[in-house]
Design a protein. Structure first.
Length: 127
Protein backbone atom coordinates (compact mmCIF):
# COMPACT_ATOMS: atom_id res chain seq x y z
CA UNK A 1 0.00 0.00 0.00
CA UNK A 2 1.53 3.34 -0.98
CA UNK A 3 1.47 6.49 1.08
CA UNK A 4 1.85 4.75 4.42
CA UNK A 5 2.84 7.01 7.27
CA UNK A 6 2.83 6.44 11.03
CA UNK A 7 3.12 9.20 13.62
CA UNK A 8 3.36 8.88 17.38
CA UNK A 9 1.97 11.20 20.06
CA UNK A 10 3.22 10.80 23.60
CA UNK A 11 6.40 10.76 25.65
CA UNK A 12 9.65 9.59 24.16
CA UNK A 13 12.03 9.05 27.09
CA UNK A 14 10.93 11.77 29.51
CA UNK A 15 7.64 13.48 30.37
CA UNK A 16 6.40 15.76 27.62
CA UNK A 17 3.84 14.73 25.03
CA UNK A 18 4.59 15.61 21.40
CA UNK A 19 3.63 14.42 17.92
CA UNK A 20 6.56 12.71 16.23
CA UNK A 21 7.47 11.09 12.96
CA UNK A 22 10.28 8.54 12.75
CA UNK A 23 12.78 11.37 12.42
CA UNK A 24 11.44 14.56 13.94
CA UNK A 25 9.13 16.25 16.42
CA UNK A 26 6.10 17.89 14.82
CA UNK A 27 5.14 20.92 16.90
CA UNK A 28 2.02 21.80 14.92
CA UNK A 29 -0.26 18.87 13.97
CA UNK A 30 -1.87 21.17 11.38
CA UNK A 31 1.45 21.15 9.48
CA UNK A 32 0.85 17.50 8.50
CA UNK A 33 -1.17 17.55 5.25
CA UNK A 34 -4.68 16.22 5.82
CA UNK A 35 -4.10 15.41 9.51
CA UNK A 36 -7.60 15.61 11.06
CA UNK A 37 -6.86 16.04 14.78
CA UNK A 38 -5.52 18.90 16.91
CA UNK A 39 -3.39 18.70 20.03
CA UNK A 40 -6.48 18.69 22.25
CA UNK A 41 -7.63 15.49 20.58
CA UNK A 42 -4.18 13.91 20.78
CA UNK A 43 -3.54 14.82 24.42
CA UNK A 44 -6.21 12.49 25.89
CA UNK A 45 -9.12 14.18 24.10
CA UNK A 46 -10.00 11.13 22.00
CA UNK A 47 -9.92 8.91 25.09
CA UNK A 48 -12.09 11.33 27.06
CA UNK A 49 -14.51 11.74 24.13
CA UNK A 50 -14.95 7.94 24.14
CA UNK A 51 -15.44 7.98 27.92
CA UNK A 52 -12.61 5.47 28.35
CA UNK A 53 -11.57 5.37 32.04
CA UNK A 54 -7.98 6.43 32.82
CA UNK A 55 -6.66 2.90 33.37
CA UNK A 56 -3.25 1.81 32.11
CA UNK A 57 -4.27 -1.65 30.91
CA UNK A 58 -3.05 -2.01 27.32
CA UNK A 59 -6.46 -1.46 25.74
CA UNK A 60 -5.97 0.35 22.44
CA UNK A 61 -9.00 2.27 21.22
CA UNK A 62 -9.36 3.57 17.69
CA UNK A 63 -11.20 5.96 15.45
CA UNK A 64 -10.69 7.34 11.98
CA UNK A 65 -10.98 10.68 10.27
CA UNK A 66 -9.73 12.85 7.46
CA UNK A 67 -10.65 13.72 3.94
CA UNK A 68 -9.49 13.03 1.25
CA UNK A 69 -6.85 10.97 3.09
CA UNK A 70 -8.10 8.54 5.72
CA UNK A 71 -6.18 8.48 8.98
CA UNK A 72 -6.59 5.81 11.65
CA UNK A 73 -5.97 6.80 15.26
CA UNK A 74 -4.92 4.22 17.88
CA UNK A 75 -4.72 5.57 21.42
CA UNK A 76 -4.34 4.24 24.96
CA UNK A 77 -3.68 5.37 28.50
CA UNK A 78 0.07 5.13 28.98
CA UNK A 79 1.95 5.61 32.23
CA UNK A 80 5.14 3.89 31.06
CA UNK A 81 7.12 7.17 31.06
CA UNK A 82 4.88 9.86 32.55
CA UNK A 83 3.36 8.36 35.69
CA UNK A 84 0.82 11.15 36.22
CA UNK A 85 -2.86 10.50 35.59
CA UNK A 86 -4.16 11.44 32.17
CA UNK A 87 -0.99 10.39 30.38
CA UNK A 88 -1.63 8.76 27.04
CA UNK A 89 -0.01 7.64 23.82
CA UNK A 90 -1.27 7.20 20.30
CA UNK A 91 -0.32 6.10 16.82
CA UNK A 92 -1.79 7.99 13.87
CA UNK A 93 -1.56 6.07 10.62
CA UNK A 94 -2.27 6.93 6.99
CA UNK A 95 -2.33 4.51 4.06
CA UNK A 96 -4.72 1.82 5.33
CA UNK A 97 -8.49 1.43 5.25
CA UNK A 98 -10.75 0.72 8.22
CA UNK A 99 -10.88 -3.01 7.46
CA UNK A 100 -7.08 -3.06 7.71
CA UNK A 101 -6.92 -1.38 11.10
CA UNK A 102 -5.01 -4.23 12.77
CA UNK A 103 -2.45 -4.12 9.95
CA UNK A 104 -2.22 -0.35 10.42
CA UNK A 105 -1.59 -0.75 14.15
CA UNK A 106 0.99 -3.46 13.46
CA UNK A 107 2.70 -1.13 10.98
CA UNK A 108 2.90 1.65 13.57
CA UNK A 109 4.31 -0.80 16.11
CA UNK A 110 7.15 -1.65 13.71
CA UNK A 111 7.90 2.04 13.15
CA UNK A 112 7.97 2.83 16.89
CA UNK A 113 9.22 -0.39 18.54
CA UNK A 114 10.59 1.36 21.65
CA UNK A 115 7.13 2.67 22.50
CA UNK A 116 5.71 -0.85 22.29
CA UNK A 117 8.61 -2.46 24.18
CA UNK A 118 8.27 -0.18 27.21
CA UNK A 119 4.60 -1.04 27.81
CA UNK A 120 4.03 -3.13 30.93
CA UNK A 121 1.29 -5.14 29.22
CA UNK A 122 0.54 -6.05 25.60
CA UNK A 123 -1.26 -3.48 23.48
CA UNK A 124 -4.59 -5.00 22.42
CA UNK A 125 -6.79 -3.36 19.79
CA UNK A 126 -10.39 -3.07 20.99
CA UNK A 127 -13.31 -3.88 18.66
Amino acid sequence: MSGELALYFGCRDVAGHFLRSERETIYEPSSVPGFPWNEGHLDSGLLKNGKHPDVYDGKVFWTCGGRPLLWLAFFWWDNSVDRRGGSNSGFYVRGFDVAGRQAALDYACTIFPKVVARQRQPLVLQP
